[in-house]
Design a binder for this molecule. Structure first.
Ligand code: GRF
Length: 209
């Protein structure tokens, strides 16, 4: 399939941006056939914005408004407008710490992906690596999934496992999960950009082109 325009990514993050960096590297080397059209954050001092500016990519702080865990109405409109005017085909959440709601989800239905640091549906929510360690599981990992109205709940695109070691601390386990994320996320985004991914009910089907 040839596209008239390049596949355009919009990345949203609130933190240090190591997943953004892994994706930006994969774009730069051609492993992901796409362009990064916009990097936006709800946190003015977020590392993800610094990393994006260092790479001369369009980076924007958008104030999140009055709530702590979601965007308020004006902020939601501002994020949607910025992403639409950047003409993004896919929104990649890379450590974006706010739950996306109705109008945002409707504007980009089926075109938002997220990475979560556990093997979903186990351990949704915050500090998933710590939840896994506290529960005593022997294997955890990370999951790339489409975003729907639930929390960490949409159709699963890819997963990578990480063994839990007897002497793991939350920090050592989190570190290995992060390393797995940096492999898995670019690979899943590349498959979407190549048009290999479709959603059938809860299942994500991958066809090789
Ligand atoms: C990752 O652990 C990801 O699973 C979660 O947020 C974290 C972002 O880390 N959704 P970074 O900012 O990409 O380093």
């Amino acid at each position: 399939m040839t596209r008239e325009h390049s596949f355009r990514l919009g990345l949203l993050g609130s933190g240090k941006g190591s997943n953004f960096a892994a994706i930006a590297d994969a774009v730069a080397t051609g492993k992901i056939p796409a362009d990064i059209a916009l990097v936006a954050s709800d946190v003015e001092s977020a590392g993800i914005l610094t990393l994006a500016r260092d790479r001369k990519l369009p980076a924007q702080f958008i104030p999140p408004g009055k709530f702590r865990t979601k965007l308020d109405e004006d902020a939601e409109r501002a994020f949607v407008a910025a992403l639409q005017s950047a003409n993004v085909d896919l929104i990649v959440l890379a450590g974006f710490m706010r739950v996306l709601k109705g109008d945002f989800l409707r504007a980009f239905e089926g075109r938002i992906v997220n990475i979560h640091p556990s093997l979903l549906p186990s351990f949704p929510g915050l500090e998933a690596w710590k939840q896994a360690l506290d529960h005593g599981v022997k294997v955890t990992g990370c999951t790339v999934h489409f975003v729907d109205a639930g929390v960490d709940a949409g159709p699963i695109i890819g997963q990578e496992t990480v063994s839990v070691l007897d002497n793991d601390t939350p920090e050592t386990l989190h570190q290995r999960i992060h390393a797995a994320e940096h492999r898995l996320y670019p690979e899943c985004v590349a498959a979407i950009a190549r048009g290999e991914i479709s959603i059938v009910g809860r299942k994500v089907i991958r066809k090789k082109i």
